[in-house]
Design a protein around this ligand. Structure first.
Ligand SMILES: C[S@@+](CC[C@H](N)C(=O)[O-])C[C@H]1O[C@@H](n2cnc3c(N)ncnc32)[C@H](O)[C@@H]1O
Length: 657
């Protein structure tokens, strides 16, 4: 039995069937009815206007009779039970966002793709990405914040580019390939083929999911998204020093004085912020962060220990049954429960309720691994308690995700396994270096190092993961060709750069910055890595990029970074230009995950120019990416024209197959 729902109330009718059977029945019937009815009606106005919806369910034993007669025979009432629907409806509505969006349950790989044999074709293509010169007009990046104006953005319009001669040889190298351009094209020159187009206009925002109650999610999707959010968030679950704050005395604001030791000075009734460096405000921030982290660490520790406790319980019952096989197992079970109740100081009902949840933790750990447990946050409690969609399918999905959780957890939180020391598990990090130094598989196979996936084409393959582009000094000296002085610089004097899109002041200092066009990349919140991994495509495209969390339409997935160079010929480059210079970005030896983004004829992302602090950047922007989907861009006609390779995007609308 699940633990008692504090929101549920029930009335047992006098003289009714007694005891546990009816208890079980009543709980089961009401909860299942409540869930089904909530699903059915949660979108109806009648339901939505209720601030605190409760469903009241009665059961009675009676002759078939009229309503009037029923009202006259209240003594036949078997049970009467009220269930608070607020929680259920919240759960259902919040998780509906993730419906069909799970990496491996929501259909991320098309049926067609699944059917294709896993033969890896030589990666013999030239990627000469968008000639940015051709793109003009206003750039309209979308901020993460909703704005009514967002709906006015138009969809991407690609500029067709001229064909190229088809007589250029191609080398069998992995990934980035020699391009055929013999010189750097000028604005008016024809450029070589196979160039990815980047649009000037951002896609209109729209909801990721169509509304409608027929699409009900399982809470597994929610659990999985929660795990990814924790892994890719700023949470630090390393136990070292997490109780340090116990030795620090919390600063307190002195409300009576004129000067608050919190970085603010009082003027009349107002507090004016003062530079607070080293002040008690900073100390309070540190304390608060430490306590929050300690609390999360303890919560993770608690779940880990509870899952392990269930294993100990099972083993204990097994060993008792082995020692004394004549006694039925149920008796051993009961005896073990009583012993545990004594040690915990709980009633049997309390312990049974808790065990129901803890068994859920153990099942999740068995399937998704310890990382799933440690980074699950509060979502795991609800999933274990209500168990909507908690079955073999869910466990199978978690099993396939397990290596992905571990790659991300190990590389982003190298110390997380220390928590497992408490239950005697190995604390050894399994996956080291950068998350994108690993290629994961969607069938549960163990991840492999990135370079091994290129060996057959390039035994010397190496790739250095960098967060920022590097200017090739042999090409540009000390200049960055992406930089242009603002046209109105002289008029504005030494004023700070303004965003060409929102018109607001840009600065790397969060206090000075007012531009929130791409807040996770520039200006304020660029602390967390993008929740994507490199994965092995199942249909011969070698590697690709998989989104672990949904990316709202218009939000940035990442920046296209590599070597800022010029004059490269016969190699894959992204060509771009400012009003002063033409330059190339080459990802052959260094860059980030954008180097692994494949083409699709129905792309869910696109490259977009954006100027930050007078320096042009190329951003990979979502057109609406679901969790678990491969991130793709449209390489454009220019890229595919004259190419002796077929597109394997698998879309019905594929133009290059
Ligand atoms: C920028 S790389 C993308 C990452 C690449 N799949 C890898 O494993 O290195 C571009 C190359 O990927 C392959 N590719 C990308 N999209 C493709 C598609 N839709 N169909 C076939 N091959 C594709 C082509 O070989 C292309 O030259």
């Amino acid at each position: 039995m699940p633990d008692a729902d504090p929101d549920a109330t029930s009335v047992m009718a006098p003289g009714s069937m007694t005891g546990t059977l009816l208890d079980v029945l009543q709980d089961h019937v009401t909860r299942s009815l409540a869930e089904q009815l909530t699903k059915e009606f949660m979108n109806s106005p009648d339901f939505q206007h209720l601030r605190h919806p409760v469903i009241h369910i009665e059961a009675r034993l009676e002759e078939r009779s009229s309503k009037t007669e029923r009202e006259e025979t209240p003594h036949d009432l078997l049970f009467s039970h009220s269930v608070d629907l607020s929680e259920i409806s919240q759960q259902q509505s919040s998780s509906s966002q993730y419906y069909n969006a799970s990496p491996f349950g929501g259909g991320i790989i098309s049926h067609e793709q699944q059917q294709v044999a896993g033969i890896i074709l030589p990666d013999d293509q030239v990627l000469e990405q968008s000639d940015m010169q051709g793109a003009s007009g206003p750039i309209s990046p979308m901020s993460l914040r909703s704005s009514p104006a967002d709906s006015d953005y138009e969809s991407d319009t690609s500029t067709p580019t001229p064909p190229v001669p088809d007589n250029m040889g191609r080398q069998g190298l992995g990934g980035l390939r020699p391009a055929r351009a013999l010189s750097i094209p000028t604005e008016t020159e024809e450029t070589s083929g196979r160039q990815i187009q980047s649009g000037d206009k951002f896609p209109k925002r729209r909801a990721l999911k169509p509304p409608g109650h027929s699409l009900q999610p399982s809470t597994l999707d929610k659990l999985i998204i929660g795990i990814w959010e924790q892994i890719y968030g700023n949470v630090n679950l390393e136990p070292q020093g997490y109780l340090d704050f116990l030795h620090v005395e919390a600063p307190h604001p002195s409300y009576g004085g004129t000067v608050l030791d919190m970085g603010h000075v009082r003027h009349g009734n107002q507090y004016i912020a003062q530079p607070a460096a080293g002040g008690s405000f900073n100390r309070m921030n540190t304390l608060c962060r430490q306590v929050t982290q300690a609390s999360r660490t303890c919560r993770s520790l608690e779940i880990v220990v509870q899952a392990r406790w269930v294993e100990y319980f099972n083993e204990y019952v097994d060993s008792c049954a082995l020692t004394n096989p004549i006694v039925p197992r149920t008796k051993h079970n009961k005896a073990a429960l009583s012993e545990a109740c004594f040690d915990f100081g709980w009633t049997e009902k309390e312990l049974r309720n808790k065990m129901y949840i803890w068994r859920g933790y153990k099942d999740i750990k068995d399937a998704g691994g310890w990382a799933a447990l440690v980074f699950s946050g509060m979502g795991i409690y609800r999933f274990s308690k209500y168990r909507i969609g908690f079955g073999e399918d869910s466990m199978q999905r978690l099993r396939t995700l397990r290596p992905l959780f571990e790659v991300a957890a190990d590389t982003l939180h190298p110390g997380w396994r220390y928590l497992l020391g408490v239950v005697g598990e190995s604390t050894q990090q399994v996956y080291t270096e950068h998350p994108h130094d690993w290629v994961v598989f969607l069938d549960g196979s163990p991840p492999v190092p990135l370079q091994t996936t290129y060996m057959q084409w390039d035994p010397d393959f190496s790739y250095r993961q960098v967060d920022e582009s590097i200017v090739d000094q042999t090409a540009w000296g000390c200049d960055d060709p992406r930089w242009t002085p603002p046209l109105d610089a002289i008029i504005r004097g030494a004023a700070m750069p303004l965003c060409e899109v929102c018109g607001k002041q840009q600065s790397d200092d969060p206090i000075q910055n007012s531009c929130y066009c791409f807040p996770t990349l520039f200006g304020c919140a660029k602390t967390s890595p993008s929740p994507v991994l490199i994965y092995h495509t199942p249909n011969g495209r070698n590697n690709g990029v998989i989104a672990l969390c949904p990316f709202e339409r218009g939000s940035p997935v990442g920046e296209f970074v590599g070597l800022i160079t010029k004059g490269f010929q016969d190699v894959d480059v992204l060509e771009s230009s400012t009003r002063l210079e033409k330059y190339q970005i080459w990802q052959g030896q260094q860059g980030n995950f954008t180097r692994f983004v494949n083409h699709s004829c129905k792309a869910n992302a696109q490259y977009q120019r954006f100027t930050w602090l007078n320096t042009q950047r190329i951003i990979l922007v979502s057109k609406g990416i679901e969790a678990g989907a491969e991130v793709t861009v449209d390489y454009s006609d220019k890229y595919w024209r004259g190419l002796d390779k077929k597109c394997l995007c698998g879309e019905a609308c594929c133009k290059y197959k």
